[in-house]
Ligand binder design. Structure first.
Ligand SMILES: *Cc1c(COP(=O)(O)O)cnc(C)c1O
Length: 360
C-alpha cells in the first residue's frame, strides 16, 4: 500500500493515524462487538463517542458554554439557508461580504429569505484581495454580518476579524476551521463543512451563541431549526454517526499535534514555503495580494497554460494528486490543510522546481 499526497480541496486528505485507528476499530469498537456504523445513536457507546468529540472540539477551538456546538447534516451549503431562516428574526435583512465564489453562493441563498446588503465586494480586484473594512457599507440594524474567512477556490483569506459592534458576526470557516488559533468569542455563529479540516463530507459543525437560538421563522424546517437541534443534542433524528465518530478521531489527533497552536505554526510554515517558492520562480505565479494569501488553498498558474496537462500528468506519476485548479479559475490549486504533511509540500516544491527547469 502506498499513500499519495492528496492536494484535493475537498473531500480532502485525512491524517493517516486516524484512518488506521478507524480500520483497527472497524469491526469491533472497543469490545462492543460491532462497528460504530452499526450502533444505535442512543446507545451508551455512541453517546460517549459523540460527547467526547464535542468536548474535544470545544477544547481545541476554545468554545465557551455561551455557545452550542451542533453536529448537523447537509454540508456547509445547507447552512446558507439555515442561517437566514434562524437569525433574521424580525429584521428585514442581513449584511454580507462578497470575497468570492462561496460568498456569492451564501448571498444568493440568503436573498431568497431576506434583503441582502452586500457591504463590500472583492470584484474590483478580481477577488485577489479583501476589501478594507473602512470601505464597508454596513448597517447597524442588520440581523447579522456574514463573511467567508477563507475562500477555498480563490485562495484569498481574511487577515483580520471584522468589527461589527452589536451585529452578530457569522462566518463560513469550512476550509480554515482549526487551522490556527481563533477568538471564537468575537462571533455569533461559526460553521464548517467537515470535509476539509474535520472529517468526512456531509457533516457540518455549527457553533452558535445561545442567545441567538429560538428566533427561527415559523416556516423553518424542523431539521434546520438550531433550537430544536440544540435541545436534542444534535440527535433530533439519526445523526451522521460514523462521520461524527471520525471527526472525534481527528480532534484527538489534533490534540496530539499541539492543537490549533501547533497547527497554526505548521500551516504558516507550509504556506510560506510554497508561496516563497512560487514568488522566486518566474515560471509560476499566484495573483493574491500577499497579506491575504490563504494558508489552506494555494492557487497558482504556469507561465504557459499549454503545459498544464504535462504538469498534472507528471505530478500524478509522483503521487502528487488533485492539483488541478477549480474549473472557474483554471491553473493549479494545492490544498494544504491540517492533515497534509509538510513533507507533501516539500515534495510538491521539488517537483515544481524540476518541471520548471525541464519545461520552462
Ligand atoms: C467546501 C465549502 C463549502 C461547501 O461545502 P459543502 O459541504 O459541499 O456544502 C462552503 N463554503 C466553503 C468556504 C467551502 O470551502
Amino acid at each position: 500500500m502506498s499513500r499519495a499526497y492528496n492536494f484535493c480541496a475537498g473531500p480532502a486528505t485525512l491524517p493517516e493515524a486516524v484512518l488506521k485507528q478507524a480500520r483497527e476499530e472497524m469491526l469491533d469498537w472497543r469490545g462492543s462487538g460491532m462497528s460504530v456504523m452499526e450502533m444505535s445513536h442512543r446507545s451508551d457507546e455512541f453517546v460517549e463517542i459523540a460527547e467526547t468529540a464535542e468536548r474535544d472540539f470545544r477544547d481545541l477551538a476554545g468554545v465557551s458554554d455561551d455557545y452550542a456546538v451542533l453536529f448537523m447534516q447537509g454540508g456547509a451549503s445547507s447552512q446558507f439557508a439555515t442561517i437566514p431562516l434562524n437569525l433574521l428574526g424580525e429584521k428585514a435583512g442581513a449584511d454580507y461580504v462578497n470575497t468570492g465564489i462561496w460568498s456569492k453562493k451564501a448571498i444568493a441563498e440568503a436573498s431568497r429569505y431576506g434583503e441582502v446588503n452586500v457591504v463590500a465586494s472583492g470584484a474590483d480586484s478580481n477577488f485577489t484581495s479583501i476589501p478594507d473594512q473602512s470601505t464597508w457599507n454596513t448597517r447597524a440594524d442588520a440581523a447579522y454580518l456574514h463573511y467567508t474567512p477563507n475562500e477555498t477556490i480563490g485562495g484569498v483569506e481574511f487577515d483580520f476579524i471584522p468589527e461589527t459592534g452589536d451585529v452578530p458576526l457569522v462566518a463560513d470557516f469550512s476550509s480554515s476551521i482549526l487551522s490556527r488559533p481563533l477568538d471564537v468569542s468575537r462571533f455569533g455563529l461559526i460553521y464548517a463543512g467537515a470535509q476539509k479540516n474535520i472529517g468526512p463530507s456531509g457533516l457540518v459543525v455549527v457553533v452558535v451563541r445561545k442567545d441567538l437560538l429560538g428566533k427561527a421563522r415559523d416556516i423553518t424546517p424542523t431539521m434546520m431549526n438550531y433550537q430544536v437541534i440544540a435541545d436534542n443534542g444534535s440527535m433530533y433524528n439519526t445523526p451522521a454517526t460514523y462521520s461524527w465518530y471520525l471527526a472525534g478521531l481527528v480532534f484527538q489527533w489534533l490534540k496530539t499535534q499541539g492543537g490549533v497552536e501547533g497547527m497554526g505554526q505548521l500551516n504558516e510554515r507550509k504556506a510560506r514555503k510554497l508561496y516563497d517558492f512560487i514568488d522566486r520562480c518566474d515560471f509560476y505565479a499566484n495573483p493574491i495580494e500577499a497579506r491575504c494569501r490563504s494558508w489552506m488553498n494555494v492557487p497558482f498558474t504556469l507561465a504557459d497554460d499549454a503545459l498544464n496537462g504535462a504538469f498534472l500528468k507528471g505530478a500524478d506519476e509522483r503521487g502528487l494528486l488533485n492539483l488541478k485548479g477549480h474549473r472557474s479559475v483554471g491553473g493549479m490549486r494545492a490544498s494544504i490543510y491540517n492533515a497534509l504533511p509538510e513533507a507533501g509540500v516539500d515534495a510538491l516544491i521539488d517537483y515544481m522546481a524540476n518541471f520548471a527547469e525541464e519545461r520552462g
